[in-house]
Design a protein around this ligand. Structure first.
Ligand SMILES: *Cc1c(COP(=O)(O)O)cnc(C)c1O
Length: 407
C-alpha cells in the first residue's frame, strides 16, 4: 500500500534574488522603512510601488500582517464601536478577529456548496450594515459582479480579504480591485512568503491616506511612492491615531522578487490543483467543488465535500488518510483543530445556527497544497484519497486502520 511522505507545511525556499536583497538590507542596518540614506528609496516603498503597478491600483500600503491590513482597512473606513460588519461564516479566525479588534460586531453570512458567500443570505442580513468584509476563503470567489451590485445598491462598502487570492481574478478583474480596499497576506502559507506581512490596495485617496497614517507613518508619508497626494492627508494628519503596523525593509526585500514570479507560481499551483481534481473525479461519496468559468483562481489549497456523511465515517477517512501520510483538515469537527475554526467557534461574536452552512461545513475537508509537491505527489495523494474515501463510503473497512489522529 503506497504512502505519501511529503510535508504539507513545507514551502519553497526564498528565491536567491530575495536572499541577496535581504542581505543588502541587513548589511545596511537600515531595516526601518523610514530609515534611509540620502537619495535612497526604501525597499518597503518600492514594494508598494511594485504591487500597485502589478494590481493596477492607484495606491498601496505594506503592513505587518494580513490581519493588520484588515483591521486597518476597517479603521480607515471609519468603523464605529458596536457597528455590525457583515462577513463570511466560512473564513479564517483573523477575519472576525479584525472586526472584533476594532470593537465592531461580526455578522456572519452563510456559505454555499461552492464554498462562496451566499448572496441570498447576504441580502437578507444586509439591512443597516455599512461594511462588508468579504473573505475569498480558500481561494473561492463568488460572483463578484452580482455581489457588487447588491452592495452598491445598499451603499455597503466592500473590503476584500484576498489572503487566498493574490493574483486571482473574477471575470478577468483581480480580486482586491472590486471593493473599496483589498487586503493581502504575505504570511508563510499564502502566495508570497515573508514570514509575516500584509499589503493593502485602494484607488480611494481618503481611505489610503487614513490607512497610511494609521499604520504609523508619523509625518513621513511623503516618503511613500504609491500614496495619495499631500492634500489627501491634510484633513486627517492630526486626527488619525497611530496604530503602528508598518512593514520593514527586510520583508519587503524578500517579497519583491517573489511578486515578480507570482504569475508563474500561480500556474504551478493550479497545475497541482488540476491533477488532484482529475484524480478525484467520480469518487463515490465525494463532491468536488465547482469552479466557475469566470473564476481565475489560484489554488494554494484543495477542498472537497463529504456531504451528509456521518461524523464517524469522516473521522475514519481522516485517520486512514493520515496513516498513509495525507494530512487533511476538517471544518466539521466539534472543536477547531489548527485553522479549522468556524463561525460558532468564535463565541465572542453572536451567531444563530445556519443549517445550510452547517451542512456544508460538516462535510468540508481541506488540504494544503504547497509548491514543494510535485505533480506526481499530487497524483499519489489523489490515489490515496480516492482509495480511502471509497473504502469508507462502501463500508469496506477490511484494510488495516491505524489509530493515528489526523490532527
Ligand atoms: C492568513 C489569513 C488572513 C490573515 O493573514 P495574517 O497575515 O496571518 O494575519 C486573513 N484571512 C484569511 C482567510 C487568511 O487565511
Amino acid at each position: 500500500m503506497e504512502r505519501f511522505t511529503g510535508s504539507f507545511t513545507q514551502q519553497e525556499p526564498i528565491p536567491a534574488e530575495g536572499i541577496e536583497a535581504a542581505l543588502r538590507v541587513l548589511h545596511s542596518g537600515r531595516l526601518h522603512r523610514y530609515n534611509t540614506a540620502p537619495g535612497e528609496v526604501a525597499e518597503a516603498a518600492l514594494l508598494e510601488e511594485d504591487f500597485a503597478a502589478q494590481t493596477g491600483a492607484r495606491y498601496c500600503l505594506a503592513v505587518a500582517s494580513g490581519g493588520y491590513a484588515l483591521a486597518c482597512a476597517l479603521r480607515a473606513a471609519g468603523v464605529q464601536p458596536g457597528e455590525r460588519v457583515l462577513t463570511n461564516a466560512f473564513t479564517l479566525a483573523p477575519v472576525p478577529g479584525a472586526i472584533a479588534s476594532v470593537g465592531a460586531v461580526p455578522v456572519f453570512v452563510g456559505v454555499t456548496e461552492g464554498l462562496v458567500i451566499d448572496l441570498d443570505d447576504l441580502a437578507a442580513k444586509a439591512s443597516g450594515a455599512r461594511l462588508l468584509m468579504l473573505s475569498h476563503m480558500r481561494g473561492h470567489i463568488c460572483d463578484m459582479a452580482a455581489l457588487m451590485r447588491l452592495c452598491d445598491a445598499r451603499g455597503i462598502t466592500v473590503i476584500e480579504d484576498c489572503a487566498h487570492t493574490m493574483g486571482a481574478t473574477w471575470a478577468g478583474r483581480l480580486t482586491g480591485r472590486w471593493g473599496a480596499m483589498g487586503c493581502f497576506s504575505t504570511q508563510t502559507y499564502k502566495h508570497a512568503n515573508s514570514g509575516e506581512g500584509g499589503l493593502l490596495i485602494s484607488d480611494e485617496p481618503e481611505l489610503m491616506a487614513r490607512a497610511i497614517l494609521l499604520s504609523g507613518s508619523y509625518m513621513l508619508y511623503d516618503r511613500h511612492r504609491a500614496a495619495p497626494p499631500p492634500e489627501a492627508f491634510a484633513p486627517h494628519r492630526l486626527t488619525t491615531p497611530n496604530v503602528s503596523g508598518r512593514m520593514d525593509n527586510l520583508r519587503a526585500a524578500i517579497l519583491r522578487p517573489q511578486l515578480r514570479d507570482l504569475a508563474a507560481q500561480c500556474t504551478r499551483w493550479n497545475e497541482r490543483y488540476r491533477v488532484l481534481e482529475q484524480g478525484l473525479t467520480q469518487t463515490p461519496g465525494l463532491t468536488l467543488i465547482e469552479r466557475p468559468d469566470q473564476e481565475g483562481f489560484v489554488a494554494s489549497s484543495f477542498q472537497f465535500l463529504l456531504l451528509d456523511w456521518q461524523a464517524e465515517a469522516i473521522q475514519a477517512v481522516l485517520a486512514r488518510s493520515a496513516a498513509r501520510g495525507v494530512e487533511l483538515k476538517w471544518f466539521g469537527a466539534p472543536e477547531p483543530v489548527a485553522f479549522t475554526s468556524r463561525y460558532d467557534s468564535w463565541t465572542y461574536a453572536p451567531s444563530a445556527p445556519m443549517p445550510r452552512t452547517d451542512r456544508v461545513l460538516a462535510g468540508l475537508i481541506d488540504m494544503r497544497l504547497p509548491l514543494t509537491f510535485s505533480l506526481e505527489d499530487c497524483a499519489q495523494i489523489a490515489r490515496i484519497l480516492r482509495a480511502e474515501v471509497s473504502a469508507v463510503f462502501q463500508g469496506d473497512l477490511s484494510a488495516p486502520i491505524t489509530t493515528a489522529r489526523a490532527d
